[in-house]
Write a protein that binds this ligand. Structure first.
Ligand code: AHN
Ligand code: ZN
Length: 334
């Protein structure tokens, strides 16, 4: 057994006492704990994102089951593969609120698929087959330039950047399908059954993830991010499930110079969206960056109307959101 010499014990005690008597204001020399510097965040190109939105719109409305939907899906897969993503597709038949069966095609592209530490970015690529919010003509499919097109456009540009500069963490870009064929006029919200008629692709994916035991640190959903002068409130479901992620993204927006678009107020203007199912189904803290119109306390006026077309897309909005997402992706440490 080892014994401590009484003299040494005394010395130790004196040292301890001295340390305890140090006035609190004495500066303590700390060893350098600075993290290694990260490479600069790649420059998000809003013109490129805009071109990706225009291309989607040019296929025609991406209504599940139509030729335009099929052609656009093929193009999305080709682009994501071209930018180095490992692509998994999920094809299934899902039943919408009317009882009609429609084909669903989820598209998931992964960068550094072997990495455990990952970020999930998602947006829906289908468009609504009706214009039930249009003041005049409620029939006919909408272009969905903003509702669907904008989020996908931003994520394709992120994919293009990933092809030239890897992030420290793995990245998954999930283009969800059959998000927007939910029950019209149904009051939504958890507790009301009609909320389950939305986001069918995401609901399928949370029950059947593209890889077993899929996990990500956090998720960011982009929805209607390309409208004129788009602004984003802290969305209610996001705050409930993932307030830390909201704050991280809002900080990144400020760091990227776009803090003016990301409002500090919390708003419950979203009935349901893809991120709700990801939070509830897979426990991945996920937020929704989704436009909030302060004038109406709701979605932008073009929502589910024929005015949701390319003429109402704002490159600067795509730029602000894209630069913010890039800031998050390329400053996240492994
Ligand atoms: C509502 O909150 C009514 N809809 C959110 C889901 C959605 C539809 N986002 C775009 N289109
Ligand atoms: Zn919609």
């Amino acid at each position: 057994m080892q014994t401590i010499h009484p003299k040494l014990l005394g010395l130790g005690l004196i040292t301890l006492l001295l340390a305890a008597c140090q006035p609190e204001t004495t500066p303590v020399h700390q060893p350098e704990t600075k993290l290694p510097e990260l490479p600069p965040v790649p420059l998000f190109n809003g013109d490129s994102a805009y071109a990706f939105v225009a291309k989607q719109v040019a296929f025609g409305p991406r209504v599940p089951g139509t030729a335009a939907h099929k052609a656009c899906g093929d193009w999305l897969v080709e682009k994501l593969k071209g930018y180095g993503g490992t692509v998994v597709e999920q094809n299934a038949e899902v039943t919408i609120y009317s009882g009609q069966k429609v084909p669903m095609r989820n598209i998931i592209a992964s960068w550094q698929p072997g990495k455990k530490e990952r970020i999930l970015l998602f947006a829906h690529w289908d468009t609504r087959p009706m214009a039930d919010q249009d003041p005049e003509r409620k029939t006919g499919s909408i272009d969905g330039a903003n509702d669907g097109g904008s989020g996908v456009g931003v994520l394709l540009e992120i994919a293009r950047q990933l092809s030239t500069q890897a992030a420290q963490v793995g990245v998954d870009i999930f283009l969800t399908d059959v998000e927007d064929w939910g029950e019209p006029h149904g009051a939504m919200g958890i507790g009301q059954e009609s909320y389950k008629t939305w986001c069918l692709g995401t609901q399928y994916w949370v029950k059947n993830p593209h890889v077993p035991d899929y996990k990500a640190r956090f998720g960011i959903l982009l929805d209607m991010v390309g409208g004129q002068d788009a602004k984003f409130a802290k969305e209610g479901w996001s705050m409930r499930y993932a307030a830390g992620v909201v704050n991280k993204v809002w900080k990144a927006a400020a760091a990227a110079g776009h803090g003016d678009r990301f409002l500090s107020e919390v708003r419950n203007h979203v009935g349901v969206d893809d991120h709700v199912f990801v939070n509830e189904g897979l426990n991945i803290p996920s937020i929704d960056i989704i436009a909030f119109d302060a004038a109406t306390n709701a979605f932008p006026a073009t929502w589910h109307t024929h005015a949701d077309n390319l003429a109402n897309i704002d490159k600067e909005s795509l730029q602000a959101v894209g630069a913010t997402v890039a800031q998050v992706v390329w400053t996240e440490r492994k």
